[in-house]
Design a protein around this ligand. Structure first.
Ligand code: HEC
Ligand code: HEC
Length: 609
C-alpha cells in the first residue's frame, strides 16, 4: 500500500483509480462475500484482459470459471471477481477505462461492467446470440462491435440502450477484431475464409476480404497511425506429414501478417519459425505504447516472442519457410521469453518496458519485463490445488512441444477441439495422396470408431497414433493418453445457436425433422442416436482410387452448420451441395430425391443439430 504515492499523477483516470484502491481497503469484507460466488477451487483460465489507462488495475476474462477478475497492479491482489456469461472470450474497455464489455460465447451475450470503488459492478447485458468472440468499443464507449462467429457477421450495438444498430456480413467464422485509432475501420479475422476482412464502420459495410491461407487468426492490432494491421496466424502448406517436410516448414508454420487498412488489401508476412525449435499457435499480439516493440504470445510453444518493430523483414509472400537469419542472429531484434502454461492475450503497460500476459493453463497473469527478458511477477487468479486428469489432457492438447521440433499442437488443426477450414494430408488414413477434413474431437469417447475410414476401434491407440504419427512426436505414457481421453470426454461442442424463433422457420425445421426421420430420405438409418451416427462404415459412393481403406465412418451431424467443407475430402462446400451431389437421398438411402421445398426444409433442420 505504500506504493500509492507513485500513481499520484494528475489525469482523472489515475486519480479515480487511487480512490478505487483506498476505498477497497475499507470494503474487504464485501469483497470476500462477492468472491465466494465463484468456487475457489475451479480453474480460472484467463484468455483476455484490459489494463486501466494509467496501469494501476486490470480486468481479466476467465474462460473456465465464467468470471471476470479485477486485479490491482499496485499490490498484485485480486480485488474482486464477478460471474459473467458462459465461456467468456474477450473484453473491451472504453478510452476512459471505466466502461467494460465482456463477450460470452456459449450464452451469446455481452455483459457491461463499471469499475467503481474497487469493485466490478455489472451494469447491463445484451443478448446477441450466435457465439460471439471478439468485442471492441468505440472511443466514447457508446458503440460496441462484436464478432458473431456462428452468423458470419459483426453486430454494432448501442451500449446504452442495448439495441443492435447494424449487422454486417464479414465472411466465415469471424473471431477476433480490432478498431482503428480513428474508429472508421474494423479489421476482423475470418479463419473460415482463411483470411481477414475489413469493415467500414461509417458506411457500415464490408470493404474487402483477403485470403492469406490463414488458419487460426489470433488477436489483431493497428499500427499507431492506423494505416496497417498486424496479426499472428498459422499457415498450412499442404505437403504430407513427414519429418523432413515438417523440418522444412512445409507442413504448418507460424506467421505475422501486416496488411494495409485502406481500400486495397496489400499484405506481407513475417515467418516466425527457427529450424529445430519452431514457434506454434501464435495468438496474442501487442505493440509497446512507443510502438518500438511488437510482442506476440505463442501459446503452443508457451513463450513470448519479442521483436524490434523497425526494419522487420516482412516479405511479399507467406512462403518463406524459416525465420529470416539476420533476425535470428540479432537478439536485440528478436528474442523469446519462456512462459509455460498457455499464454493467450498480451497487453502493454505504459512504461514501454512491461507487458501483461493472461496465462490460461497457469490460471495466472504474468508481468513480463522486456528489458531483463523474464517474468518479473506472477499473479494467481485462483484455482484448484491439484490438477485434474482432464486438465492434464487439455495441457497436452495445447502443447506443441509434443510434436517434432515443436512445430504444431493438436489445437493447430483441431481449433479449440473442433475443426478448421482446410483438408489436411495426415498419415492416419494410410495414404500420403489423400487429404481429409479435420474431424472435431467433442465427446470423443462416444463417437467410435475413429477417423474418416473408421479403421481405428481403440481410442487409446488412436490418440497415441495422433501423437506419434500426425505430430511425429514421442510415444506418450499411458497416463498421458488417459488424461487426453478424460479431456475429450468432457469436451462439449459449442451450443447450436440456430434455434428458430420466427414461426415460419420453426415450421420449416419441423417439416425437415420429419423428412430426416421419415422413410423418404432415409437419413436416420445411418445418422441416428445422440451423436447422429450409427458407428458403422458404409460405402456411400465417395471412395477414391488412392484410398487405403474402403468405406466411410458415418460422421456425427452435430454442429454440421459450422463446417465450411463437407464430406471426408471437403468436396462439398454447403449442405445443398452434399444433398444434391453424391450424397443425395437417392444415392444413400435408395429412395427418390427430394423436391426443392423438401430439401430447403431438410437443410433448415440440419442447421439446428
Ligand atoms: C496436421 C493436422 C492435425 C493435427 C496436428 C492433429 N490432427 Fe487429429 N486429425 C486431423 C485430420 C485431418 C483428421 C481426419 C483424418 C482421417 O480421418 O484420416 C484427424 C482425426 C483425428 C481423430 C479422429 C476423430 C474421430 O472422430 O474419428 C482423433 C481422435 C484425432 N485426430 C486426435 C488428435 C490428437 C489427440 C492430436 C494431437 C496429439 C491431433 N489429432 C493432431 C488433423 C490433425
Ligand atoms: C448409408 C448410410 C447413410 C445414409 C442413409 C445417409 N448418410 Fe449421410 N453420411 C454417411 C457417410 C458414410 C458419410 C461420410 C461420407 C464421406 O464423407 O465420404 C455421410 C456424410 C454426410 C454429411 C457430411 C458430414 C460432414 O461432416 O462432412 C451430411 C451433411 C450427411 N451425411 C447428411 C445426410 C442426410 C441429410 C441424409 C439423408 C438424406 C444422409 N446423410 C443419409 C452415411 C449415410
Amino acid at each position: 500500500m505504500q506504493r500509492f504515492p507513485t500513481v499520484f499523477v494528475t489525469t482523472f483516470a489515475c486519480f479515480f483509480s487511487v480512490f478505487l484502491f483506498l476505498d477497497n481497503q475499507t470494503n474487504s469484507q464485501d469483497f470476500q462475500a462477492d468472491r465466494s460466488l465463484i468456487a475457489a477451487d475451479i480453474d480460472r483460465s484467463p484468455v483476455d484482459l484490459v489494463i486501466s489507462p494509467c496501469g494501476s488495475w486490470l480486468v481479466t476474462v476467465n474462460q473456465t470459471s465464467d468470471s471476470v477478475s479485477l486485479v490491482s497492479l499496485l499490490d498484485d491482489r485480486v480485488l474482486d471477481e464477478q460471474p459473467v456469461g458462459r465461456r467468456p472470450v474477450a473484453i473491451a474497455q472504453s478510452t476512459d477505462g471505466r466502461r467494460l464489455l465482456v463477450s460470452s460465447r456459449d450464452s451469446g451475450e455481452l455483459t457491461r461492467f463499471d469499475v467503481e470503488n474497487g469493485k466490478l459492478k455489472r451494469s447491463g447485458h445484451v443478448h446477441v446470440g450466435y457465439l460471439p468472440y471478439g468485442v471492441v468499443l468505440s472511443a466514447d464507449g457508446r458503440t460496441a462491435y462484436a464478432a458473431l462467429s456462428a452468423r458470419d457477421q459483426i453486430v454494432a450495438v448501442d451500449v446504452d440502450s442495448g439495441r443492435v444498430t447494424a449487422q454486417i456480413d464479414t465472411g466465415r467464422w469471424p473471431r477476433y477484431l480490432v478498431l482503428s485509432p480513428d474508429g472508421t475501420r474494423l479489421a476482423v479475422g475470418v479463419s473460415g475464409d482463411l483470411g481477414i476482412s475489413m469493415v467500414d464502420t461509417v458506411e457500415r459495410k464490408l470493404l474487402w476480404t483477403e485470403r492469406l491461407a490463414s488458419l487460426n487468426v489470433g488477436h489483431l492490432v493497428f499500427s499507431p497511425e492506423g494505416s496497417e494491421v498486424y496479426f499472428p496466424w498459422m499457415i498450412y502448406r499442404r505437403t504430407p506429414v513427414t519429418p523432413s517436410n515438417i523440418r522444412m516448414g512445409w507442413v504448418l508454420g507460424s506467421r505475422i501478417a501486416r496488411i494495409e487498412a485502406g481500400d486495397d488489401p496489400a499484405w506481407q508476412a513475417l515467418t516466425l519459425d527457427p529450424s529445430g525449435r519452431a514457434v506454434a499457435d501464435p495468438h496474442g499480439i501487442a505493440l509497446t505504447p512507443d510502438a518500438t516493440r511488437m510482442v506476440v504470445s505463442a501459446s503452443g510453444t508457451k513463450e513470448l516472442l519479442v521483436f524490434r518493430r523497425q526494419g522487420l523483414p516482412f516479405q511479399d509472400h507467406a512462403h518463406h519457410d524459416l525465420i529470416d537469419r539476420a533476425l535470428l542472429a540479432d537478439s536485440d531484434r528478436f528474442f523469446r521469453i519462456p512462459l509455460g502454461g498457455r499464454p493467450m492475450a498480451v497487453r502493454s503497460l505504459q512504461d514501454n518496458r512491461h507487458v501483461v500476459v493472461a496465462n490460461y493453463l497457469r490460471n495466472s497473469l504474468q508481468i513480463v519485463d522486456l528489458q531483463s527478458r523474464q517474468v518479473a511477477r506472477e499473479i494467481s487468479l485462483g484455482g484448484p490445488s491439484a490438477i485434474s486428469l482432464a486438465r492434464r489432457g487439455e495441457a497436452i492438447f495445447y502443447d506443441a512441444t509434443r510434436s517434432l521440433d515443436q512445430w504444431y499442437s493438436c489445437h493447430s488443426c483441431h481449433y479449440e477441439g473442433g475443426t478448421n477450414a482446410v483438408t489436411m494430408n495426415t498419415p492416419t488414413d494410410g495414404s500420403s495422396l489423400t487429404s481429409k477434413t479435420v474431424l472435431p474431437l467433442y465427446r470423443l469417447d462416444r463417437t467410435g470408431p475413429w477417423n474418416w475410414h473408421g479403421w481405428q476401434t481403440d481410442l487409446p491407440e488412436t490418440i497415441a497414433k495422433s501423437l506419434t504419427s500426425t505430430m511425429q512426436g514421442p510415444e506418450p505414457s499411458q497416463d498421458d493418453v488417459q488424461a487426453m481421453i478424460a479431456y475429450f470426454s468432457e469436451l462439449q461442442p459449442p451450443p447450436n445457436p440456430h434455434q428458430p424463433s420466427e414461426p415460419e422457420i420453426a415450421a420449416a425445421v419441423e417439416r425437415g425433422r420429419e423428412i430426416f426421420h421419415g422413410s423418404r430420405a432415409g437419413c436416420v438409418s445411418c445418422h441416428h442416436g445422440p451423436e447422429l451416427t450409427d458407428g458403422q462404415i458404409h460405402d456411400v459412393g465417395t471412395g477414391r482410387r488412392m484410398d487405403r481403406h474402403s468405406g466411410y465412418n458415418t460422421p456425427s451431424l452435430r454442429n454440421v452448420y459450422h463446417k465450411t467443407l463437407l464430406l471426408h475430402d471437403g468436396r462439398a462446400r454447403s449442405l445443398h451441395e452434399v444433398l444434391t451431389g453424391v450424397h443425395r437421398p437417392s444415392n444413400v438411402a435408395g429412395t427418390s430425391d427430394l423436391s426443392d421445398e423438401d430439401l430447403a426444409d431438410l437443410m433448415e433442420y440440419l442447421r439446428t443439430l
